[in-house]
Write a protein that binds this ligand. Structure first.
Ligand code: ADP
Ligand code: TRP
Length: 319
């Protein structure tokens, strides 16, 4: 069976190091470790529409994600970079999945339940989010979906939906995708020790400026065990080996300021080349748009062919 990797992020704002270490870094590595696999990296703009309802902002955010992808090393010659809205069959397949999915099943979704705690005025799109995501994945016969821990349930929804469709209409229409979640970084903590997330306001941005890095690190909450500030250490270990860190944290036990300065230096050294590459790429907007457009064409060819099979199986294809 051909390996197909697919993943994506919503264009809802600047990415943070949790997005990078939890998901995007693995995407770049696959280009080397999985040269024969097909690789699709999507910008989930129609998912983001649940959050971003301003045309100008959406446009800018989409462009920003393409730049983020290119700057971290996703190579359009090795991977397909595309936006969801360029492939309209995602929405079509999501509708078909809606018809074989029940409301109680979707009500068990973690993301839905979290949204419901905040407000009962939930959009139908938020409720339905897992069905659009199932379509994103299943249209490409994706075998592996590399994501952070928080997306695990969404992959299970995609698997269940594939099985259900196969059971109702025809066996072997859809391939069941596997999530790929890297243990050590499954949940990157934020400056407050909670999961790093755009919505928690506790991030260290992936393309942060020097000032932003300093400000974020200085705000890390320093609860400590035996002189080791846990939150500082947990973030630091993304940038240095345990052996190096243990020596440093032993030598500087209790000296939080020094440890934070060491972390600032390590994060800065890591981010600087990424930030510079991104700035250089941003100068040629047309080139960036062309990459996105070409990726959309490639994605469309694959997804449209799969959709023809689906229409045939459900009995709406008469000619
Ligand atoms: P956020 O929670 O900041 O809104 P997204 O939901 O846009 O992040 O997530 C984009 C990708 O990054 C997903 O694959 C998600 O699992 C991963 N991710 C997000 N936050 C973290 C984190 N703190 N640790 C590990 N992975 C993360
Ligand atoms: N739901 C994912 C997130 O919030 C984004 C996403 C949309 C996605 N469609 C996908 C991820 C398909 C992997 C595969 O991060």
């Amino acid at each position: 069976m051909k390996k197909v990797l697919l993943s994506g992020v919503k264009p809802t704002g600047r990415p943070h190091i949790g997005n990078y270490f939890g998901a995007m870094k693995q995407w770049v590595e696959f280009q080397v470790s999985q040269p024969d696999a097909e690789k699709f990296f999507m910008i989930a703009d129609y998912h983001a529409l649940n959050f971003i309802q301003n045309g100008e902002e959406m446009k800018q955010n989409i462009l920003d994600v393409v730049l983020d992808y290119l700057a971290i090393g996703i190579d359009p010659n090795k991977s397909v970079i595309f936006k969801q809205s360029d492939v309209s069959v995602h929405a079509e397949l999501a509708w078909i999945f809606d018809t074989i999915t029940t409301m109680p099943y979707l009500m068990r979704g973690h993301a839905f339940k979290d949204a419901e705690v905040k407000s009962k005025d939930i959009s139908v799109g938020t409720f339905n989010y897992p069905m659009l995501m199932a379509a994103d994945i299943l249209l490409y016969d994706a075998t592996i979906v590399p994501v952070g821990q928080d997306q695990k349930q969404h992959i299970e929804y995609a698997r269940d939906t594939a099985e259900k469709f196969n059971r109702i209409f025809a066996h072997e229409t859809f391939i069941l995708p596997e999530p790929l979640i890297i243990k050590d970084v499954a949940v990157v903590p934020g400056v407050d020790g909670q999961k790093m997330s755009k919505s928690h306001g506790n991030t260290i941005l992936l393309f942060a400026t020097e000032e932003e890095i300093r400000k974020a690190v200085m705000s890390i909450v320093t609860d400590s065990t035996a002189g080791v500030p846990t939150n500082v250490y947990e973030i630091h270990k993304l940038f240095r080996s345990h052996v190096e860190l243990d020596a440093l944290y032993k030598e500087k036990a209790g000296k939080y300021k020094d440890l934070k300065e060491a972390l600032i230096a390590d994060i800065s050294a890591f981010i600087k080349p990424l930030r510079e590459k991104r700035e250089a790429l941003a100068k040629d907007k047309d080139a960036v748009l062309n990459i996105l457009k070409a990726g959309g064409e490639k994605a469309k060819a694959k997804a449209n062919a799969k959709m023809e099979v689906v229409r045939e199986k459900i009995g709406v294809k008469l000619y």
